[in-house]
Design a protein around this ligand. Sequence first.
Ligand SMILES: [Zn+2]
Length: 228
Amino acid sequence: MTALVETITYRATVTDYDCTTSVQDLTTSEADALIAAALFSENEVAIAPDWSGRITITCAVTGPRSATDPASVTVKRVTVLEPVHVPRLSKRQYADLVLIREREWMATFTDSGRVGCGLRGSVPPAATARLIERGWILLTPGAPSSPSAPSVAVSYGGRLAMALYEHRTAGNGLVTFDPDFSVHSQAGVYVASCACGWRGPGNSDQVAFTRGQARAHREEQVRAAFTA
Ligand SMILES: [Zn+2]
């Protein structure tokens, strides 16, 4: 069987309750376990509103300042996960991740290094190796007691990259006529739009306004990728 090599896909910077900072390299499975635990504990999990793929986990604890001082104080532990690779997918990688996500219940890492997804198809070895190296899929080995091919799932980083791919927004589309528009201009007005088909609820002759709408749409959709 092809050996499972765990590559480093994140750099984690942890600022602890006592304000000390440490840096740690994480594999995809380590990062995913951290994110899953944070979501389960309802800690704040924030995704950067840009293409960096940065994920910030904040754990806040409130309690007395000390044994002798009952004044309530809140301390925070902040973990910033910076992906080694920018979460930009090619069209092919996006299609491969869609296939794996749809067939997660049966996707396995085969002896030849493919992701097998049953009759629906498979991801070739070179493409699979790239998805692993980027941290976009997560391989879970079978239990030692019943050895089986590792199962494959799209990682949190992969889900984030998929959401960014699906929601490529533009805030500066220019249109000159639309019966719904409240603003009319010979020179045209701006409208926000997205690759998913969404279009901004308003229009403006101020491009900053429609860019803001586009950004808000993308942020909302990317956040949803972690809770779906
Ligand atoms: Zn969209």
